[in-house]
Design a protein around this ligand. Structure first.
Ligand SMILES: Cc1ncc(COP(=O)(O)O)c(C=O)c1O
Length: 462
């Protein structure tokens, strides 16, 4: 086996790392993981880490699930590849589409398969445009997203994403993608504004935006139930009721990006159910296969399907699809994943863990560095601040959250920093109560060490 130091050097000279400061990375180098089991991953030195982020919010069943391994191997032996182009098909894709139609929280006519969340959201945009052309309303094309949203990085989905690092110097957003306010009460509410009043104000802002653009030009609104990469932002009381009413008024197609929240993350099967709103379509990925292989999907309602049929009658072929749309191996793994979720009652299990998880998370709000500890279900975050009362942020250049994440790593815990000195937590849904305690103990120690470092370096006001 190559020495870790060799691997690190080879990594630095060969890989472009997504979401990494490429300049500082040349000094810090990679954490090279070797193997994993359950919620634990191990580096080459044998050091164990709790995977406190489920990889990238995705490995819901943890590592080393033999049933998933076997499902993939069996399908590879039987039919290793098949596509859905030109009317070809394969059993696992058909069966998975049936299953997704059955469990989807929205009325669904058909399923369109993709390979990533970005592709799914790009597909959503293209389908809305295609539908509105078929329906004879070619001007109704603009899509509204939200500041701090995360919907992916391909050109259209990066345009939906509302985070500066995904847009600066990449020449996005493209035309026709608009952003409305971010529903983060802690950061953006006026002094003394209740959650309900804040929600009403945001709905009014959304309506103003639609009226300014012209409702006949606005096609859709896309939302994550809990905003993930933007900072684990949990919308306030009354938010979805208020904005959905506005969308209904102007006939907007609602796309719910369930890429993180789908399949039990919030303690309900889907995020929109946790918040009680009804989109027209959902995008799913990540936990669909517990991330053992890439796969994503988009649900298509009957009205959209009928419009697509009209499109085909006019144009001929439906000209959208990926080589790996409905890949049989991915579909077989997804089917097995969904079978395990149902058999092991993973959603109910996650729901049972919520009180402990949320209690440990909420307790972190007492920490001197934590401005807000927030979350829903088995996802959470702490926002680190220089001053609690004024909510003053640290200078970004100090790298406070990155430092906390580095300390966590030393403590044997993988968590992630997000813009605005947020540290996020999203463990596999199979985590045990003892492992939840261990996770928060380690995170607490990492925050203490961050505080000590700030004091030592005289970087705190007091
Ligand atoms: C809510 C949401 N949508 C879309 C995406 C993009 O998915 P992918 O990275 O698979 O393209 C992500 C990725 O984290 C996500 O969190």
């Amino acid at each position: 086996m190559p020495l870790p130091s060799n691997l690190a050097a080879r990594d630095i000279e060969t890989l472009i790392h997504p979401y990494t400061n490429l300049a500082t990375f040349r000094e810090s180098g990679p954490l090279v993981l070797d193997h994993g089991k359950g919620v634990w991953v191990y580096d080459h030195a044998g050091k164990a880490y709790i995977e406190g982020m489920s990889g990238l919010w995705c490995t819901a069943l943890g590592h080393g699930n033999e049933e998933l391994v076997e499902a993939a191997a069996q399908q590879m032996r039987k039919l290793s590849f098949a596509h859905l182009f030109t009317g070809k098909s394969n059993d696992p894709a058909i069966e998975l589409a049936e299953k997704l139609k059955e469990i989807a929280p929205v009325p669904t006519s058909k399923i369109f398969f993709c390979n990533s969340g970005s592709e799914a959201n790009d597909t959503q945009i293209k389908l809305v445009w295609y539908m509105n052309n078929a329906l004879g309303r070619p001007r109704k094309k603009k899509i509204i997203s939200r500041h701090k949203a995360y919907h992916g990085v391909t050109i259209a989905s990066a345009s939906l994403t509302g985070l500066p690092a995904n847009q600066i110097d990449f020449d996005v957003p493209i035309a026709g993608i608009l952003h409305t306010s971010c529903p983060h009460h802690y950061r953006f509410a006026h002094a003394g504004e209740s959650e309900q009043a804040f929600s009403a104000r945001l709905a009014a802002e959304l309506e103003t935006l639609i009226l300014r653009e012209g409702p006949e030009t606005v096609a859709a609104f896309i939302v994550e139930p809990v905003m993930g990469a933007g900072g684990v932002i949990v919308p306030p009381y009354g938010y979805f009721d208020a904005v959905m009413e506005v969308c209904a008024k102007y006939d907007l197609y609602i796309i719910c990006d369930e890429v993180i929240c789908g399949f039990g993350r919030l303690g309900a099967p889907f995020g929109c159910q946790a918040f009680g709103f009804q989109p027209h379509s959902i995008s799913v990925a990540k936990a669909l296969t517990s991330a053992y292989v890439p796969m994503a999907a988009v649900t298509v309602p009957e009205a959209m399907y009928q419009a697509m049929l009209d499109g085909s009658r006019k144009i001929g072929t439906f000209g959208h699809g990926f080589t790996y749309s409905g890949h049989p191996v991915a579909a077989a793994v997804a089917l097995k994943t969904l079978e395990i979720y149902a058999r092991e009652r993973i959603v109910e299990r996650a729901a049972q863990l919520l009180p402990q998880f949320q209690a440990r998370l909420t307790a972190l709000a007492e920490h001197p560095l934590v401005g807000e500890a927030r979350g829903r279900g088995l996802v959470g975050a702490v926002e680190l601040v220089a001053e609690k009362v004024t909510k003053q942020l640290f200078e970004t250049s100090l790298g406070v959250a990155p430092r906390a994440v580095a300390f966590a790593q030393e403590e044997g815990l993988i968590v992630r920093f997000l813009p605005g000195d947020v540290v996020s937590i999203c463990p596999p849904l199979i985590i045990s109560p003892a492992e939840i305690d261990e996770l928060f103990d380690r995170l607490g120690r990492a925050l203490d060490r961050t505080l000590d470092w700030l004091k030592r370096e005289r970087l705190l006001a007091s």
